[in-house]
Design a protein around this ligand. Structure first.
Ligand SMILES: [Zn+2]
Length: 460
């Protein structure tokens, strides 16, 4: 689990301040809409979506699943090939099948080319803020820079889902497409029916999810006909009686508990997952509850109990490393994070946390490894401003100013600080050996930033 918002400088970080690293924002921003980034959750959503994306004939790597930190129950598509899902929806769903039913429907909106319209009541001004919000989402997807988070908060939670609405014809067509994708993927439509049925009856009275006048039914007008029509097509499908994939379901329950521990008040989590419950999901949730309360030892007991179940689970290792790192023990965090990085085959969010821990030791003998890890992370996911920031710290510590400036330029162009990016790229270019890949990269960044500035100028 990973936090970017607080990881801004190894000396300046107040580890004890409890960033709850997992996801990308500290808790006090819970009322604002923000993106949650967590390697395990993202992997689960991607795997849940994969067979449906394939059935929809969309490019597999091209559909982003974006988790929004919002307790209301909603999911929507907006701009490009991305499905946005509120954390409250995952909380409200009881099975992976329900979430897959929602994903299938959302993919139906994407393949239908349904242009998002702004519902009545949204003024021109709010349209603008929605636009900047979506830009912010794009930037945050690219790695959740501070700038992106700022933009998202500026747009306020009122934006995104609230003003987006599809019309009835679009809803029917997304339903039909979704039903086809479920069928082609051999996934039962039961989950979809269960979930829409619950929405309709507003049966959400538990967990941290809020029905919020059921945001979902506002973005996707839900009628009795819709459910009846869906039932007719699902019930005759060969996959109707196919049970949920047990592996996916187990992962779903785990992620749900993890999110619950992250989102809820610790006392709420401890009520729902009391000590007597020694299941993996319960321990996962409690580890976060204790971590949130700065009960480091109790959090570590849960993390160790999880590791006793599976010592090679990269996410358990990540959890332990995160607790140690954020409680001011970066040196102790190295072993679990190193192993988590290895076992996750350099998952970029996990690797960035490991790189951060290496740097946070303030021990220069760790910097070479930090450089190697962070370089591998950006090689796999170049759009990771946090990793670039950390790399810049390593280069600067080595006295390699040109590469430090190049790393800054990477970070700045991603967070849309174009004038800064141009300046950094120019300084980098002047100090790098002409013709080398880094020198060429510095030129490319300057070009990219200038082009972006021109486009902004043309739009105004
Ligand atoms: Zn819809």
């Amino acid at each position: 689990m990973h936090s970017r918002a607080r990881h801004l400088g190894h000396k300046a970080i107040a580890y004890a301040a409890m960033a709850l690293a997992a996801f990308s924002l500290p808790l006090h921003t819970a009322s604002a809409q923000s993106i949650l980034r967590d390697a395990e959750t993202e992997a689960l959503l991607t795997d849940m979506a994969a067979p449906l994306v394939e059935a929809a004939d969309l490019e597999p790597g091209n559909v982003d699943m974006v988790l929004i930190n919002d307790p209301s129950i909603n999911a929507f598509v907006a701009g490009g090939q991305a499905v946005y899902m509120h954390s409250g929806l995952l909380d409200a769903a009881d099975s992976a099948l329900e979430v897959q039913g929602v994903i299938a429907h959302e993919l139906g909106h994407i393949t239908g080319g349904h242009v998002v319209r702004f519902s009545e009541g949204a003024s021109a001004a709010s349209n603008i803020s929605i636009l900047s919000l979506l830009l912010g989402v794009g930037a945050a997807l690219a790695g959740a820079g501070e700038a992106a988070i700022g933009v998202i908060q500026a747009g306020q939670r009122a934006a995104l889902g609230k003003f987006l609405a599809f019309n009835r014809a679009q809803e029917s067509s997304a339903d039909a497409a979704g039903a086809k994708y479920l069928s082609d993927a051999g996934i039962s439509g039961r989950g979809s029916l269960d979930f829409f049925g619950k929405l309709r009856n507003q049966e959400f009275r538990y967990g941290y999810s809020q029905d919020d006048d059921t945001a979902f039914t506002r973005t996707h007008p839900l009628s009795g006909d819709r459910i009846a029509t869906l039932r007719e097509s699902y019930i005759i499908d060969p996959a109707w009686d196919t049970p949920v994939d047990p592996d996916l379901q187990a992962r779903f329950v785990r992620v749900k508990a993890k999110l619950y521990g992250y989102q809820s008040k610790p006392e709420q989590t401890l009520r729902k997952y009391p000590q007597s419950d020694t299941s993996v999901p319960a321990r996962y949730a409690r580890a976060y509850a204790y971590h949130k309360n700065a009960l480091v030892d109790a959090a570590l007991v849960e993390a160790d109990a999880l590791l006793a179940v599976d010592p090679d689970d990269p996410y358990f290792l990540e959890l332990k490393g995160q607790i140690l790192l954020e409680s001011g023990r970066p040196a102790d965090a190295l072993a679990p994070l190193r192993q988590a990085t290895l076992l996750s085959r350099n998952q970029p969010l996990i690797a960035s946390m490991f790189g951060h821990a290496l740097i946070a030791t303030e021990d220069e003998s760790n910097f070479a490894e930090a450089e190697q890890v962070l370089r591998a992370a950006v090689a796999r996911d170049r759009l990771n401003p946090f990793a670039w920031y950390q790399l810049g710290v390593v280069y600067a510590a080595k006295g390699d100013q040109p590469r430090a400036r190049l790393a800054s330029a990477e970070q700045q162009v991603m967070t849309r600080r174009y004038p800064d990016a141009i300046r950094s790229a120019q300084v980098a270019e002047a100090g790098l050996e002409p013709g080398t890949p880094d020198w060429i990269r510095a030129q490319d960044i300057a070009l990219q930033a200038r082009a972006a500035l021109e486009q902004i100028r043309d739009n105004n």
